[in-house]
Structures are given as structure tokens and as C-alpha cells.
Design a protein around this ligand. Structure first.
Ligand code: ADP
Ligand code: MG
Length: 510
């Protein structure tokens, strides 16, 4: 009753998470504005976990259907060295904290319509994503969207005159009706094999990055609030040096020198090509339906093998079936679509269903021209994949190899920075898992891995285990991950949990 959130902020889950994200951002801003040291160390700090530009279920602020708000944050109780600073504590707890709460969690703290806007925008983003599959689209980029980010390490929009707003080519333009924004137009990327081509620095990777971020909803003003991808879209990249545990990469790589087995490929130090093959099979194992691939982060020998190299090194001496010879069957036989950024190899023109050219940051449909070029300039290369291939069966991990204990502690899960997970005695490098966006997601994934240890017997495959975790979270919310009512958890997809599991160096599969 004190918060007095309007009914529009509460109607349905999508609206409530949109509202909650606004409250988190405002709480953090107000806490920062009032921050002042009240003693040594963290005395006087009021900290709430960040949600960045993203709107996702999280535990920092939760809003229920009756307008109840639960906020979780940490305060640093004031001290001077080892001595309690009682006066400062009184000011902090009876003045600062209530001030921050009043200035952020009450509807009256926000300009008129902002709460409604944030709630409605998230409802629209959800509706947009649900509209993709029935239209056989894998992603949608609205006209007017702003895709570029301020820098490679900042997720906030690039601003200024130079930013080119997105505009769909007429042949890719679709119109989708949203519950609040009404009819929106933009570029629908169809299922199948889609190439994004174009000269260097013309905005290809920026489009792909927007698509990979499009599995999440974004706050209004982000520029990508109407850029969405299907929830099963997974970024695939090379990551040499990572560990791989018993993955069947034989659809892509077979017959390693020294008789290395690629049906249960295991390595503490995968190469660029084997890591990229493993990434595809691992994502597929847990249900990926769309692969997002950028030449910038791919292993060249995994992607292509041209005519001349086929002559010099015949297939008998080359264990790799390049992706160009598999990408089509992945879609035709298995329903897995690919969106591929490629500026360097025209060999892909033979296997593309759609070709989008980025020119000065704007897309053009060059599909017909690409087909002409492919016809007039045959590559002369031999297709290396003989017919169809099967999806490898899901692996069965040994649960004892997923061990969160360290020394005397039965559970040690820490997130020292945005890209690293400490899990038991293992240091899991998640730098290449680009769709793990928030530190709070890393933490949640770490706790979810620990939860796997208590999975009931009879769950055998990776896919089954991940489904079990998902069901726990659907039932009890993110608090299923920890009894401590943490305010530092954010939801994640099975793909990112699988990515962390697959990078555990201790992981062992039957
Ligand atoms: P490519 O992958 O084609 O080489 P990038 O996507 O890396 O190109 O983009 C090159 C540069 O252009 C980046 O610095 C990016 O921020 C900027 N950029 C991308 N899209 C836009 C846009 N719509 N408006 C302005 N700048 C953009
Ligand atoms: Mg690029």
C-alpha cells in the first residue's frame, strides 16, 4: 500500500519483471547518490546487485501480483576498525536506508508513466519473442533500433549523430502486433541458413551481437528493446585451451592423428576447431535451435576448406569436415538454423538460404545476387560431407565429478569477476560464454551446478539433469538455488548452465 504501484505495473509476470528491473536500477542510483563513508572499510555502503540493461527474473527486487515488494540488498554496518560506530549505524539504518527506499521503491518516486512504460515494454518484448516461432523466424530487429554499444566493454548504447538507426530491407520486412506498442515493423530473420556479409567495419558483428543479446529483454532507452531472438539461440565460437569432456564431435571432426577418438572427444586443451565443434554439439545436446556464428570468433579451418587446400591436402589427411558442408543439413535434417557473419569466404554462398549485406550499418537483401554469383563463379570445391548425419546422444555425467567442495568447506562457489567462476577446487573460465551477461548469472549458474549433486538417481543425461534444475527454479524461483535468500541471483538459460558444466575441468562422463 505504501509503494502504491499502479495496476499496470503488476498485471502478469512479464510486466512485474519489467517493473522490478526499474526498481533495481532506481534503488542503485539512489543508493549511490547517498553513499558516504560512515567509518572504515565498507561502513555505510548500501549495495544492491546490478541488472545492467537487462530485464530478467532476479532476486534483488521482486514484485508480487498484489503489489508487494521484496527488496534484498546489503548494508555495511558502520565501524571504526574493530569498534562499532553506533551513531553512524543509527543514521544509516533509520535515515539513509528509508530515504533510498522512499526514493526508489514507491510509485511516487518515478515520473508519471515511467513505471507503466517499463512494465509494458517488457510485456511487448516477451510477446515479440513468442511471435517468432509461429512465423518461422529466428530473430527480429525493429526499424529504428540502435544496435551499437558505447564500447566493447560497455553494454550501454552508443549515442550521437553518427549512430545509424536500423531499417529493414523491404523483402525482409515483417509487421508484428504487440499488446502495447501496437504494430511494429522490422527485419525478420527467417529459419534456415542466413549469411550476414559486407565490408569490414560496416556493422556485421554489431548485428550478430544484438541478436545474441536478443535472447534477453532490455530496458526502454537501450536501443535493443525491440530486438529479440528465439530463446534457443546460442552463440557458437572457437575457444582454444578450454577443456572438453567426452563430446561426440565426429559429425565435424573424425580420425585425429594418432588414432584420437572423436566420438568421445576429451581434452584439457582443445584447439580452435575442436572447441568450436564441441560448442555446437554441446549446445545441440540441450536443445539449441539457432546457432549464431561470427567469423571474427571462429576457427578458419573449422569454417572452410577451399578448392586449393582440398587438392593439396586431400580429405584422407584432414580430419575436419568444414562447417560449410554441415550447415545446411543441420537445418534440413535437424531443424537447427544458423545466422553466420562472413566477410571472407564466398564458399558459403552455395549453402545460404538468405544473404543480408551490411552497408554503412544498414542491411540490404542480396540473396538473388548471391545466387547469381554462386552460379557464375563456381568454387570447384568438392562437398566433403557424404549425406546426412545423426545427432550424437546426450552424455551421462558422473555426478561425483561435479564437486563444489574445497578443503573443509562442503560448498565453495565464488565469482571473483564478471567472467570467472570458482567452483570447488576448479577455476572455470567463462570469458567465451558471451551470453552469460551478468555476474549474478555466473553466481546462479555456479549454485545450480552445486545443486546437481543432489539430483535424484535415474536422471542420467546432461539434458535430463538440466531440465531437473529448470523445474526446481520454475517451482521455487531462484531461491531454489540457496537457502540464504540471496539478493544476488539472476535467471539463466540451460545453455549457459551447460556451458559452465562443460568447462568444469573435473567433469567426467560415462
Ligand atoms: P564489422 O563486423 O562489419 O567489421 P562491426 O560490427 O564491428 O563491423 O562495426 C564496426 C564499428 O561500427 C564498431 O565500432 C561499431 O560500434 C560501429 N557501428 C556498428 N553499427 C553502427 C551503427 N548502426 N551506427 C553507428 N556505428 C555503428
Ligand atoms: Mg566483425
Amino acid at each position: 500500500a505504501t509503494a502504491a504501484l499502479p495496476p499496470g505495473a503488476l498485471r502478469g509476470e512479464a510486466r512485474r519483471w519489467g517493473t522490478a528491473a526499474l526498481l533495481v536500477r532506481t534503488f542503485r542510483r539512489e543508493a549511490d547518490a547517498r553513499a558516504r563513508p560512515r567509518g572504515s572499510g565498507r561502513s555505510g555502503a548500501v549495495r544492491m546487485e546490478s541488472v545492467g540493461q537487462i530485464v530478467l527474473p532476479q532476486t534483488a527486487v521482486q514484485v508480487d501480483g498484489d503489489g508487494g515488494i521484496e527488496a534484498r540488498f546489503a548494508v555495511g554496518l558502520p565501524a571504526k576498525g574493530r569498534r562499532i560506530a553506533a551513531g553512524e549505524a543509527i543514521a544509516l539504518l533509520t535515515r539513509d536506508v528509508p530515504d533510498i527506499v522512499s526514493a526508489s521503491l514507491k510509485a511516487s518516486a518515478h515520473p508519471a508513466d515511467v513505471v507503466e512504460l517499463c512494465a509494458a515494454a517488457n510485456e511487448d518484448a516477451e510477446a515479440l519473442r513468442s511471435a517468432l516461432k509461429p512465423r518461422e523466424l529466428v530473430a527480429f530487429v525493429a526499424d529504428g533500433a540502435h544496435l551499437p554499444r558505447r564500447s566493447g566493454v560497455e553494454d550501454v548504447p552508443l549515442e550521437g549523430e553518427a549512430v545509424v538507426s536500423f531499417a529493414a530491407p523491404p523483402s525482409f520486412r515483417v509487421t508484428i502486433d504487440l499488446p502495447n506498442a501496437g504494430a511494429v515493423t522490422g527485419m525478420g530473420i527467417p529459419e534456415g541458413v542466413t549469411l550476414v556479409v559486407g565490408g569490414g567495419f560496416h556493422g556485421k558483428s554489431t548485428v550478430l551481437q544484438a541478436l545474441q543479446a536478443g535472447v534477453y529483454n532490455h530496458r526502454p532507452t537501450d536501443g535493443r528493446e525491440l530486438v529479440v531472438s528465439r530463446a534457443d539461440a546460442v552463440k557458437i565460437r572457437a575457444e582454444d585451451g578450454r577443456s572438453v569432456a567426452g563430446v561426440d564431435i565426429s559429425p565435424f571432426i573424425d580420425g585425429l592423428p594418432g588414432g584420437g577418438n572423436t566420438r568421445t572427444f576429451t581434452s584439457a586443451n582443445a584447439s580452435g576447431s575442436t572447441s568450436q565443434a564441441a560448442a555446437i554439439v554441446e549446445a545441440w545436446e540441450v536443445g539449441a535451435g539457432v546457432l549464431l556464428v561470427d567469423e571474427d570468433t571462429s576457427a578458419t579451418n573449422f569454417m572452410i576448406r577451399d578448392r586449393r587446400m582440398q587438392e593439396l591436402v586431400p580429405p584422407g589427411g584432414e580430419p575436419i569436415t568444414p562447417f560449410v558442408d554441415r550447415v545446411r543439413a543441420l537445418h534440413r535434417e535437424h531443424g537447427v538454423s544458423t545466422v553466420l557473419v562472413v566477410g571472407g569466404s564466398g564458399d558459403y554462398l552455395d549453402v545460404a538460404d538468405h544473404v543480408i549485406r551490411m552497408r554503412d550499418y544498414l542491411p540490404e537483401d542480396v540473396t538473388d545476387r548471391a545466387k547469381e554469383v554462386a552460379r557464375d563463379h563456381p568454387t570447384g570445391r568438392a562437398v566433403e560431407a557424404s549425406g546426412s548425419f545423426k545427432q550424437p546422444p546426450s552424455r551421462r555425467p558422473r555426478l561425483t565429478s561435479i564437486d563444489p567442495s574445497k578443503g573443509r568447506r562442503s560448498m565453495f562457489v565464488k565469482v571473483p569477476d564478471d567472467r570467472t567462476l570458482l567452483f570447488g577446487k576448479d577455476t572455470v573460465d567463462l570469458a567465451a560464454v558471451e551470453q552469460l551477461s551478468l555476474r549474478s548469472q555466473l553466481r546462479s549458474v555456479g549454485l545450480a551446478l552445486a545443486l546437481l549433486r543432489s539430483a535424484p538417481g535415474g536422471l542420467e543425461t546432461v539434458a535430463d539433469l538440466l531440465r531437473w534444475v529448470e523445474e526446481r527454479i520454475e517451482g521455487d524461483g531462484l531461491d531454489a538455488l540457496s537457502p540464504r535468500r540471496l539478493g544476488t541471483l539472476t535467471s539463466f538459460r540451460p545453455f549457459e548452465l551447460a556451458a559452465a558444466l562443460n568447462r568444469l575441468r573435473s567433469l567426467d562422463v560415462e
